[in-house]
Design a protein. Structure first.
Length: 219
C-alpha cells in the first residue's frame, strides 16, 4: 500500500478534500482508492504504507477511472465511503470455501398450515377479524351460473366497473360519470353459486379486460 497526501478540488458545494492511496496486488496491478471529506481523516489515520490490507464493500464503490485523476493505467478505481471497510490483513484468508455436494446439504419441505372452515363461518368473519395482510380461500364446486359474463364498461378509471349504454355505432354513455366516449373496455362479471359440503352461497367474480373497440378483440 502506498499513501499520498491530501488534495483539494472545487465543487458546487465548496472545496472538496480528497485523500488518495494506492494498493498494489500480488500481480503488480495498482488500484487507486479515494476518500472524500468525512471519511478522509478516519482512513488516513488507519492505513500505513507497506502493510497488507483487505477491502470489503459493495460493487457500487467501484467506479470507472478518469484519466485526468488516475495515472495508474487501471480501468477502475475504488471510492471509499461508509460502506467500504479497510481492514489490515493479518494472515487470515478474506473468505474460506468449503466444497460440498448437493446431497450433503440439509433440506426441508416447506409446509403450509391452514384451517378448514365452513362457508357459513367464512361469511360471518368477512370484514371483521382479518388484517390487510390476510387472505382466505373457499373450496367448493360451481352450481348455477347467471347469464352472459361479458359487458361493456366505462374507460374512466374511477368508475371503470360501470356498465355503459350504447347510444349508437361507436358511441357509449356512462351514467355514473355522465360522459360520452367513442370507445369502451370490456368487463367480465359472472355470478355463480358456490356449493360446498355445508351449504351454498352466491358469489361474483369481476375481471376487467384490456381496452378494446370491438368485442371480437376480447381474448
Amino acid at each position: 500500500m502506498v499513501k499520498t497526501g491530501f488534495s483539494s478540488v472545487p465543487s458546487p458545494k465548496g472545496p472538496c478534500e480528497i485523500f488518495n492511496f494506492y494498493i498494489v496486488g500480488e500481480d503488480g496491478v495498482v488500484v487507486s482508492l479515494k476518500c472524500f471529506n468525512d471519511t478522509r481523516p478516519e482512513v488516513f489515520g488507519k492505513v500505513r504504507e507497506n502493510v497488507f490490507y483487505v477491502l470489503r464493500g459493495p460493487g457500487s464503490a467501484i467506479r470507472n477511472a478518469s484519466d485526468k485523476f488516475n495515472r495508474t493505467g487501471h480501468s477502475y478505481d475504488i471510492l471509499v465511503n461508509d460502506d467500504v471497510f479497510v481492514e489490515e490483513y493479518g494472515g487470515q484468508p478474506p473468505f474460506t470455501l468449503s466444497p460440498a455436494t448437493v446431497k450433503s446439504l440439509r433440506s426441508t419441505v416447506e409446509r403450509v398450515g391452514f384451517k378448514a372452515i365452513s362457508i357459513q363461518e367464512a361469511r360471518s368473519r368477512l370484514g371483521t377479524t382479518q388484517g390487510p395482510e390476510e387472505i382466505f380461500s373457499v373450496v367448493g364446486t360451481f352450481g348455477q351460473i347467471k347469464g352472459s359474463p361479458f359487458y361493456r364498461a366505462c374507460l374512466n378509471q374511477r368508475c371503470c366497473k360501470t356498465r355503459v349504454r350504447e347510444r349508437g355505432p361507436g358511441s357509449f354513455f356512462c351514467p355514473k360519470c355522465r360522459t360520452d366516449s367513442g370507445s369502451c373496455t370490456f368487463g367480465f362479471l359472472v355470478g355463480f353459486e358456490l356449493v360446498a359440503g355445508t351449504e351454498a352461497q352466491w358469489v361474483c367474480a369481476v375481471i376487467l379486460q384490456h381496452r378494446c373497440f370491438l368485442e371480437s378483440q376480447l381474448k
